[in-house]
Design a binder for this molecule. Sequence first.
Ligand code: BLA
Length: 509
Amino acid sequence: SGTREPVDLTNCDREPIHQLGAIQPFGFLLQVSSDWIVTRASVNLAEFLGVTQADALGRPASTLIMPEALHTIRNKLTTLRGADVVERVFAIALTPDQSKFDVAVHFNESQVIIEGERCQEDRRNAPSLSMRSMMSRLDQAETLEAFFREGARQARALTGFDRVMVYRFDEGGSGEVVAEAARSGIGSFLGLHYPASDIPVQARALYLRNLFRIIADVDAVPVPILPERDEHGQPLDLSMSVLRSVSPIHIEYLKNMGVGASLSISIVVDGKLWGLFACHHYEPRLPSAQSRSTAELFGQMFASRLESRERRLALDYETKARRIADRLLTSVADNASLLDDPAWLIEALADAIPADGIGVWINGRLALAGIGPDKKNFASLVRHLNRNAGGRIYAVDRLSQTYPDLEIDAVVAGMLAIPISRSPRDYVVLFRQELVRTVRWGGDPHKPVEYGPNGPRLTPRKSFEEWSELVRGRSLPFTEAEQRVAETIRVTLIEVVLRLTDEASMARQ
Ligand code: BLA
């Protein structure tokens, strides 16, 4: 509508993408009231049901869809009122000519949304993998990386898309391509990172409710649903719609990449949107409704497998970290001079808290391995820590922003300080390098791109560059689990250092 504020690159997280009032043309949409009178319809209705949108309004649905079919659809509905669930009926005849449709149906408050598309069961060329064998292949993957790779491969086998990526969100909503399965010769996005704005916040919220998104043809002309406003002046909420049309900004993004069709399947772990299977095809592509359902189910199974893997990994990590802390204690107790050997310490901690540098500061003496500030700047860092950290574990991922007066190499971006004496004086400090220097680049991120009407920003390549700018001077954050482990190590080291100081002072007496 003309009253809407135009969407551009600065306000796209406010675009009401669930209320665009249109669908993609590969199906029709009907909204009916609780007494099954048509209250809205897509203007392409006649192509599917032989009745125009204008004629359909105000008529009982049973005059458009055969009563037996309507009965089947209605039966599906009774069980799911109120829930965010879409039910499906495959290969059902809706009209007397007996042509088959795949139908999706869901409640929108008291109204019912019916979406239909022509059944394409004859084109079912997807290999008939059983869910069970797919899961067992996933379970055989030994590492998380192998698990993601296998997931991407299977999602590709199910959808037939040219490129399938496993895209993982981080805390702030930016993300990384952590696995990829692709037709050969189309380059790779593996390892690339993108800013949060590429999948704006309302889209991420929507994908948590509606787990499957198909954009079948980027050149498709959206089909309006009329009337646009109901009698209360409200637009239609298409959040749970299968056919929902697409934001022009996102269409632009896909076109700038040369993509013809896009599909994404949500990966929900512990109730949060962990990531997506993001799939591209370089031609238009519409998998059958049946295989889309299978792919959606696969996404859910994958996510539940991932959830238990992550739990197990967290447990393993804590156990391993406790062992490392124990080993550290025994080694240092046997040989106190090990504390003067930061290279040994960084190695000993590598599996628990990976870092690119370590500084051990005891009695004003500095031993440094890997990256980190020089003695003078280390001393002023220690003064800051003495003032602010209060004897506790302290982590930052933007060192130069936190302490602008330090003169340190921009490569040193993250710090985890572990106070190791009762009086805040001695420290073990771990350092991490700037994130943009540690990312693996898949393909060539500087490859030239074509620009569209919305400018050069709207491609993954350009977005990667923007992401790189966003994270300049930042490291991978030290996680909560890592900080808990650091606390265990702190307690261990305090004992050791205390004993060493006692021994030293006794020796002096
Ligand atoms: C949606 N953006 C998406 C989706 C993905 C991406 C996967 C889900 C829909 C789909 O499957 O196509 C982003 N796609 C990526 C990324 C890669 C990829 C990062 O292949 C990396 C390889 N997008 C922008 C900007 C805006 C924007 C600047 O880059 C807004 C100004 C909007 N993206 C946008 C919107 C959607 C979206 C509105 C929702 C589309 C919808 O479901 O209607």
